[in-house]
Design a protein around this ligand. Structure first.
Ligand SMILES: Nc1nc2c(c(=O)[nH]1)N[C@H]1C(S)=C(S)[C@@H](COP(=O)(O)OP(=O)(O)OC[C@H]3O[C@@H](n4cnc5c(=O)[nH]c(N)nc54)[C@H](O)[C@@H]3O)O[C@H]1N2
Ligand SMILES: Nc1nc2c(c(=O)[nH]1)N[C@H]1C(S)=C(S)[C@@H](COP(=O)(O)OP(=O)(O)OC[C@H]3O[C@@H](n4cnc5c(=O)[nH]c(N)nc54)[C@H](O)[C@@H]3O)O[C@H]1N2
Ligand code: SF4
Ligand SMILES: [Mo]
Length: 893
């Protein structure tokens, strides 16, 4: 592998969200790497959010899978590849090609993805390859294809800055696409007339930028956008010139008038006030340039595809598409969600934006020299795991995704994996909730170790470049797949590197596609790219026929048989389930600012671990009171499918009747916090995308006999405690704890937890039998080695200052004493939970400074405390603190 000299920064692309920021990795003189935003990259122009900024903290090799593993034995590659190939081959020979399946991921690089899809659809001859993008973007794919005849995002990021109105619907961009959010925020500052509308039942951090927040009834977005179409029509806002590029308007309009007759009806259907709806409609109609960004609040519902078309209808009707500052812009989630769609890794697509038509099957088969192409679509993610459970699928290869955590009805997914005769997992982590069911584990190269390309939300292809050597036996995913393919006896997999795969992928995009007239996905001149040019490839947008195009469809040119865009008549459907007396709350799930999915990478970073350190349930204070749960207490969340144990967070941003839980925690990081065990498996019939945003649940208090936490230099486990959460800290590991039974002898309990064998540490202990508080600290060589705090209620010392003591080479007498006292003393106030990750500034510090120094703006906070001046991800939270604590008469609520 061609690694640059470590003195040079390496330009690559962030492995997290679909914004696709360019990252320069700088080698540090003292060791390690520091991430800086690439000022030249068109996606971020130098910015990075908190996750991108702290990439350097995630590169460690502890807990990595570094060797192949077959049925409990560490092996060499030969044995593992042979076992995988033979297992697949025998299953196919006995039960046919549809008895095997691949479940892949938008975190694979395009080259990995391409080879996986080729192996399954072109050589094994089954459609059974689906991707976690099914959970993420598939409703947009359906919506785009129905309206445009192809899966095209017609707009680009620049449009966010040029727009007069940006609508963020079902998107918490402040946390999930923070750099795009910052681009919008900056544009709005420069152009005060620009407006931002946020449509989300929750008041999220994104709402800090909103001129109008529309907290609609969950699942009612179709009504809102049908109402918009009807209102636009009644008031004469059609773009008649543009309508000549479209067809089937009449039925769509009829349905809109029928389903959403007037503002009053819409307000009732969406549980909004009339003025809010009218303002939104008026702004949409009268602003020339409008961009609608939408994400999982639209996609992840049982009618997500129809919601997408309800939005697209409004843009087509007003011609707000394909022009600067205009267009629908679905925000892709994963770094390569878009790449997966390009290579056709959804079960119902073929490669290079082709479909399962006889013509396309023939074309792709000819190109691959395929011995027997798949002739029909395969199983979509949720169905696929049902087929594993029923025994129809008998061999499953999972790559770069963790379905035991991230699929709905996750306990059933686990059962399916446990019963599957052959589970192969390609992973970077030693152990995940999914790989614990694997018969074969294959060590994959991680971000920073592998080379290839990804495509972001605006169709921009960027290089990911390696800057680290391959550790242990880890190999790139494309290599692993190609090796298995060759051992299964297939020709056409002897690639010498990712550039060769990319060339083939690009060539397929041009096949029988002169000037990109038949298919939008056209990589033109890249089909002949040399290895050197591939290494140097600058970010580039497709279609490339022959030059990159920023926008599409300004003058029609759709990929439907007659070239015209399609309106779709929409019949709104309510969510698949409804609340009942037994299940009175709606569970909404999603993301938090500093964690990524099932936490495999972000949980390694101490800086990213402290923003929201524990799995939680956000609930309105009134609902909390009615359920008998309280701030920082623990609650049991239950549905018809499963349960979870979560920390309670009172949140006035939640509407009564709705609760929210993050999707991230799993069995490696918490005792019982997998929210997908609770989430219903209903899906959209058109896209197969699950309804992650709406599950009827109940919430009950869980009253432990004791609460506690420990901090330790060593990474400890506490499987005996009913509740535990692992949190990575800068100089130590934290375990939050709670138990259902009080101990007779706390000292013995602490000894068992903290030191299985005597390491010579000095102990200091304190037990107050009157209050039931137990505390202990252990010292080794003058340093704090570990400490534990237990009590009958949540009133335990603040963790932040204790954790910082682990950074000290030696503690003085006063500090040692203060540990068991549980407070830092007057001269060292507790900073509170971290808000600004980059500078470690806590909430208490911020509130105190806002009040005492009379800080009245984010800039003033930055000047005074540096908070918010690096990556800027915390700015929405700083705004919220200013709002709550900045005014002399403001309440502390
Ligand atoms: N920090 C962080 N960023 C990420 C990720 C991560 O794991 N962590 N993951 C990436 C990935 S893969 C994805 S897909 C994206 C997802 O990015 P987003 O879609 O922005 O994130 P979510 O939190 O899943 O959901 C978005 C919002 O939808 C709202 N919502 C729920 N129900 C409804 C409804 O009925 N109508 C409307 N209008 N809104 C509703 C929720 O309240 C939530 O605030 O984020 C990407 N970025
Ligand atoms: N309740 C609820 N559930 C959801 C969602 C939600 O909003 N709510 N959102 C859904 C969405 S949009 C998404 S995208 C999914 C995401 O869910 P997953 O895809 O399951 O989550 P990740 O943690 O990103 O899983 C990636 C896995 O691949 C491994 N990995 C990382 N890099 C590589 C690599 O280069 N090669 C290989 N072979 N492995 C690698 C990581 O260690 C990790 O275990 O979750 C879905 N689930
Ligand atoms: S916004 Fe943040 S997470 Fe997303 S690509 Fe950019 S730096 Fe990475
Ligand atoms: Mo996603």
């Amino acid at each position: 592998m061609n690694l640059p000299s470590p003195a040079q920064p390496v330009s690559t692309t962030c492995p997290y969200c679909g914004t696709g920021c360019g990252v320069d990795m700088h080698p540090m003189p003292e060791d390690g790497w520091k991430a800086r935003g690439n000022p030249e990259h068109p996606a971020n122009l130098g910015r990075l959010c908190s996750k991108g900024t702290h990439l350097g903290e995630t590169l460690g090799l502890e807990k990595r899978l570094l060797k192949p593993w077959v049925r409990g034995q560490v092996t060499g590659w030969d044995t593992a590849l042979e076992a995988a190939a033979t297992g697949l081959r025998q299953t196919i020979d006995t039960y046919g090609p549809d008895s095997v399946a691949f479940y892949v991921s938008g975190q694979l690089l395009t080259e990995d993805y391409y080879v996986a899809n080729k192996l399954m659809k072109g050589f094994i001859g089954s459609g059974n390859i689906d991707t976690n993008s099914r959970l993420c973007m598939s409703s947009s794919v359906v919506g785009h294809k129905r309206a445009f005849g192809t899966d095209t995002v017609p707009a680009c990021y620049e449009d966010l800055e040029l727009a007069d109105l940006v609508i963020l619907v079902g998107s918490n961009a402040a946390w999930c696409h923070p750099v795009l959010f910052q681009r919008i925020a900056q544009a709005r500052k420069q152009r005060p007339k620009m407006r931002v509308v946020v449509i989300d039942p929750r008041k999220t951090a994104t709402c800090e930028l909103a001129d109008l927040h529309i907290p609609l009834k969950p699942g009612s977005d179709s009504h809102l956008f049908l109402g918009l179409l009807s209102w636009l029509d009644q008031r004469g806002f059609a773009d008649d010139d543009y309508l000549q590029y479209t067809r089937e308007l009449e039925p769509a309009l009829r349905q809109a008038h029928w389903q959403a007759p007037g503002i009053k009806a819409v307000a009732e259907l969406c549980q909004l006030d009339k003025d809010t709806v009218e303002t939104f409609y008026y702004w949409f109609a009268t602003r020339e340039k409008v961009v609608t960004c939408y994400s999982q609040g639209i996609h992840q519902t049982s009618s997500g595809s129809d919601k997408v078309n309800a939005i697209l209808n409004c843009h087509l009707y007003t011609g707000k598409i394909g022009k600067p500052g205009c267009g629908p812009l679905s925000l892709t989630g994963q770094p390569n969600a878009m790449g997966g769609r390009e290579v056709g890794a959804l079960a119902n697509q073929l490669a290079a934006h082709m479909d399962f038509t006889p013509e396309d099957i023939e074309r792709v088969g000819r190109f691959w020299n395929s011995p027997g192409m798949a002739r029909q679509p395969g199983l979509k993610a949720v169905e696929l795991f049902e087929a594993v459970e029923s025994g129809q699928v008998r061999a499953l290869w999972i790559m770069a995704t963790n379905p035991a955590v991230s699929l709905p009805d996750a306990n059933r997914v686990r059962q399916a994996l446990a019963h599957c005769p052959l589970v192969i997992v390609s992973e970077t982590e030693a152990l995940t909730d999914s790989s614990q069911y694997a018969h074969i584990r294959l060590p994959a190269a991680a971000w920073g170790e592998k080379d290839g390309t990804v495509t972001n939300s605006e169709r921009r292809i960027s290089r990911q470049r390696a800057f680290l050597p391959l550790p242990g036996e880890a190999r790139p995913d494309w290599w692993i797949i190609a090796q298995v393919a060759q051992r299964m006896g297939y020709a056409g997999f002897d690639y010498d590197g990712p550039a060769a795969i990319f060339r083939e992928h690009a060539a397929l995009s041009c096949l029988d596609n002169p000037q990109g007239q038949r298919r939008d996905f056209h990589l033109g001149p890249l089909a002949a790219i040399s290895d050197e040019d591939y290494d140097r490839l600058e970010p580039v947008q497709w279609p490339l026929n022959p030059r990159p195009r920023k926008r599409l469809f300004a003058e029609g040119g759709f990929f439907t048989p007659d070239g015209r865009g399609r309106f779709l008549p929409i019949t709104p459907r309510p969510p698949a389930r409804s609340t009942t007396e037994a299940w009175p709350f709606i569970l909404n799930t999603g993301r938090i600012r500093d964690q990524w999915h099932t936490m495999s990478r972000t949980a390694r970073s101490p800086k990213l671990s402290v923003h929201l350190p524990e799995p939680f349930l956000a609930i309105h204070p009134r609902d909390a009171a009615a359920c008998g749960v309280w701030q920082d207490g623990l609650c049991q969340l239950e549905s018809a499918w499963g349960h979870a144990l979560l920390r309670v967070r009172l949140d006035e941003g939640q509407l009564p009747g709705q609760v929210f839980a993050p999707m991230h925690w799993n069995d490696q990081t918490a005792s019982d916090a997998r929210v997908d065990a609770v989430v219903s498996p209903d899906t959209d019939p058109d896209s197969g995308q699950p309804e992650f945003k709406f599950t009827p649940v109940r919430v009950t208090p869980w009253k432990p006999a004791w609460y506690g936490f420990l901090l330790s230099r060593r990474d400890l486990r506490a499987n005996d405690a009913a509740y535990w959460v692992r949190i990575r800290r800068e100089h130590c590991h934290q375990l939050e704890l709670a138990g259902s039974e009080a101990q007779e002898d706390w000292s013995a309990f602490a000894r068992k937890l903290l030191c299985s064998e005597d390491d010579g540490a000095q102990w200091s202990e304190l037990f107050d039998s009157a209050t039931g508080h137990y505390r202990a600290a252990r010292f080794l060589d003058g340093r704090l080695e570990s400490c534990i705090f237990i009590g009958p209620d949540r009133h335990l010392p603040e963790r932040e200052w204790l954790a910082r003591l682990f950074g000290k080479a030696k503690l003085d007498r006063n500090e040692r004493l203060r540990i068991l006292a549980g407070s830092p003393g007057g001269d060292a106030p507790d900073p509170g939970p971290v808000v600004c990750t980059c500078f470690g500034v806590g909430r208490n510090t911020l509130i105190q400074a806002i009040r005492e120094r009379k800080l009245d703006s984010v800039q003033a906070i930055g000047k005074s405390l540096a908070a918010g001046t690096n990556c800027g991800s915390c700015i929405p939270e700083l705004e919220a603190l200013l709002e709550a604590h900045g005014q002399p008469d403001a309440s502390d609520a």
